[in-house]
Write a protein of this length. Structure first.
Length: 76
């Protein structure tokens, strides 16, 4: 069974560098279309069903605003 994960991004801490978007091997993340309170367009999880909990996005984030969780079973 393939690993499944969940990505949570703190919109207010994200500065929109998109290193996480570039590092995701299954293209879960993308640029948000709504700015945060600072006017920055943060990264956003757009295809959560594809997440494999690899942690690449978490590891490259310079602002430590990403959390990755591995899911068990059919959790969403």
């Amino acid at each position: 069974m393939a690993r499944r994960g969940k990505v949570i991004i703190d919109r207010e801490l994200c500065k929109g560098c998109y290193l996480c978007v570039a590092s995701c091997p299954v293209k879960v993340l993308a640029e948000d279309t709504e700015p945060n309170s600072t006017g920055t367009y943060p990264a956003k999880a757009v295809h959560l069903e594809k997440c494999i909990a690899c942690g690449n996005c978490y590891q490259v984030c310079p602002d430590v605003c990403i959390a990755v969780y591995e899911l068990e079973g059919d959790e969403s």
